[in-house]
Design a protein around this ligand. Structure first.
Ligand code: MIG
Length: 668
């Protein structure tokens, strides 16, 4: 059961497609304090608090304070309070069980036992918000109810479940050809190569650099003939440049955010001085969405939206002020004492993502001016919505791949997300796993992290262990930052090992896609904390390094360097599946309880639950190669059955009953 409580004048966020009637009376469970603009709950020591989607720390969010404030935060450290998203959904699981969603576009904090160990306190920046309380018998049902409320998650095309290779630094067609050639030569499956900002002409959205990609449409076709899709990046901000049609048209029609004086607000991002499309204004949003057509027309079928928190390197006034002050310092003796030096440094450091700058520009929604900071968390959502809505208009019969960096709940209907700029840290491999569960709760199912780590130099063993997790995530992409060690798998020594691990992904595709689709269509979690299936098993309530994947599998990746294996807790009898480096899958039945499992670097170990079976394809070099009907099965139990979902992978006929069938052990 879902109840909505409304306070103040609520801004229409469109996070929820059909808004239920508001209730009168007190909000259950939560103590409301209007003058403090807060909601408070006292937690029992055993209570778990799930949710908050994309953020740092654990699956159980207790013990830290989080902020819903979409930020270009490239340091995913424990002391951060926000990353790129604002996912205001939590579930309290303990003495009382309930879900809570705060529909609110501004900055919100979730103090989950940070200030006081047992106090959960949610504080808003102003008192205009909708509070949803969700009550069901189980956590799974609470999440299901919530997911029904927020609407069906985005569905990616089937090809987007292939292996993707990316790097900030592939600058021309030759670079891309080499990546493809190396994968094909070495027999490593590949379906897509991502294009980062260097494909554009001086970082201008919807342009292609003609020197680097002389005939882009031909190149897109050349790649597609090899079963490779190119996936270009689109940045949120539009370069200020007369003669650049996107800029000219946006100015002429008044589609950019404005400053206090009503003039276009200028901030700088990659191209230098740039403007921000008013994504909250429907007309402007439609217009921005239409721009994707230039690339669709050249054969592109997928995109990633970046920098849409939005990220601002500097705002024009602040830069001007800083430069004036620094010039003044130059006139002096250039002897900066500690205070003066700190001031000098901060003049520069505070230029980027300055909270004050987010108060200096405005959106126009239904003719009304709205200051950006009050609706900050809706920006990335609406950029990706611009794209998603445009794809439905422009390509009604085809699925287009789209995923975003910034998001809030609501955006899950239009696109997926990737987990942003992680680093080549072992800790970030584990964080990747944990976030999968939290993100699924908030409706983000097409997701994954930069495999091998985006920032910092990686190592072969980290990349390999990370793939052993990444092969299970819908979005599977190796991506890294310019200037870091190259990390395409063919650069390392154990090519056979990589080939086998990535090969396993393609064998698992029928299952992964089927589980993804069922989770989307039913509002279920593709990745679940164990405690959801075993609410009375105390051990499960603290396990944060193993997850269920669908009804059938449990994953428990190795995430420590030089480990030869790991401890795994089995809440029930399971069959351990070990994919060895020669591609065989060994089966061993293990009893309920703790086990130390050896996992050599190139093995992938995962678990099949009793009474279930796993369908497997024969694999392939690319998704097009995979035969989704020629399946073998591994089963655990004679009567095991599997509800298999498959469709054509590119049209939108999802609900067709013909997409479902039952596979039984001992038959195909
Ligand atoms: O400020 O386009 O998260 O994936 O490679 C960095 C360059 C901008 C951030 C994205 C990252 C991408 C990078 N971008």
């Amino acid at each position: 059961m879902i109840k909505r409580y409304s306070f103040g004048h609520v801004f229409q966020t469109d996070s929820i497609p059909v808004i239920p009637e508001a209730q009168t009376g007190a909000v259950p469970y939560m103590e409301v304090n209007e003058s403090e603009m807060s909601l408070t709950y006292t937690m029992d020591p055993e209570d778990i608090v799930y949710g908050l989607g994309e953020n740092v720390r654990g699956i159980n969010k207790r013990g830290w304070i989080y902020e819903s404030k979409c930020s270009d935060e490239s340091k995913h450290l424990e002391d951060r309070r926000s990353l790129y998203a604002a996912h205001n959904f939590i579930v309290v699981d303990g003495r009382e069980k309930f879900g809570l969603f705060i529909d609110y576009p501004g900055i919100l904090t979730f103090d989950v036992g940070y200030t006081e160990l047992s106090t959960l306190k949610i504080t808003a920046s102003d008192w205009n918000l909708d509070v949803y309380v969700i009550e069901e018998d189980t956590v799974t049902d609470i999440i299901r109810s919530f997911r029904r409320l927020i609407g069906r998650s985005y569905i990616a095309p089937l090809w987007a479940f292939g292996n993707g290779q990316s790097r900030w630094g592939y600058i021309n067609a030759e670079d891309v050809r080499e990546v493809v050639r190396k994968h094909r030569e070495n027999g490593i499956p590949l379906d897509m190569v991502y294009l980062d900002i260097d494909y554009m002409e001086r970082f201008k959205d919807f342009t292609v650099n003609k020197e680097r990609f002389p005939d882009f449409a031909d190149f897109v076709k050349e790649m597609k003939d090899q079963h490779i899709r190119l996936v270009p990046i689109i940045d949120a901000a539009v370069k200020e440049e007369k003669g650049y049609s996107v800029y000219d048209e946006g100015i002429e029609k008044g589609y950019f955010c404005t400053n206090e004086a009503g003039k276009p607000f200028v901030g700088a991002v990659w191209p230098g001085r740039s403007l921000f499309t008013d994504m909250l204004n429907k007309e402007a949003r439609d217009w921005f969405g239409d721009q994707y057509k230039v690339l669709l027309d050249q054969g592109i079928e997928g995109f990633w939206n970046d920098m849409n928190e939005p990220s601002i390197f500097y705002a024009e006034d602040r830069l001007a002020d800083a430069l004036t002050e620094i010039a003044k310092m130059q006139d002096g003796e250039q002897n900066l004492d500690l205070d003066a030096f700190t001031h000098f440094k901060n003049l520069v450091l505070d230029l980027s993502a300055n909270p004050e700058d987010y108060k200096k520009f405005y959106h126009t929604v239904n003719g009304k001016k709205i200051r950006h900071d009050q609706v900050h968390n809706l920006y990335g959502y609406n950029m990706t919505r611009a794209a998603g809505e445009a794809f439905e208009r422009l390509e009604p019969d085809k699925r287009i791949l789209i995923f975003s960096r910034a998001s809030c709940i609501g955006m899950h209907r239009y696109g997926g997300i990737w987990q942003g700029d992680n680093k080549s840290y072992w800790a970030h491999l584990l964080m990747n796993l944990k976030m999968l569960a939290s993100l699924n709760m908030c409706g983000f199912l097409y997701t994954g992290a930069d495999l091998g780590g985006f920032g910092s130099d990686t190592t072969e063993d980290l990349v390999m262990r990370w793939y052993a997790l990444g092969i299970f995530t819908p979005l599977m992409r190796n991506h890294s930052e310019m200037g870091t060690r190259r990390q395409e798998v063919y650069r390392f020594t154990d090519l056979e090992g990589f080939k086998n691990i990535i090969g396993l992904r393609y064998k698992l595709l029928p299952y992964l896609y089927s589980e993804y689709m069922k989770a989307v269509l039913r509002g279920d979690l593709m990745f679940r904390p164990l405690a959801l299936d075993h609410p009375d098993d105390k051990r499960c309530r603290t396990i944060e390094d193993q997850l269920y994947l669908g009804r059938e599998l449990m994953i428990a990746p190795v995430y420590e360097q030089n480990a030869r294996g790991r401890y795994v807790y089995l809440p029930e009898r399971m069959k351990m599946l070990r994919c060895t480096r020669d591609g065989r899958i060994e089966e061993t039945i293990l009893e309920k309880g703790d086990h130390y499992v050896e996992v050599p670097l190139s093995d992938v170990v995962f678990f099949l639950r009793e009474g279930h079976l796993l369908p497997l394809s024969r694999g392939g070099r690319c998704v097009d190669d995979v035969d989704f009907e020629d399946l073998s099965v591994i089963s655990f139990g004679e009567d095991a059955e599997y509800e298999y979902y498959h469709d054509d992978g590119f049209t939108r006929d999802y609900e067709n009953p013909a997409n479902f069938r039952v596979i039984r052990a001992g038959q195909k």
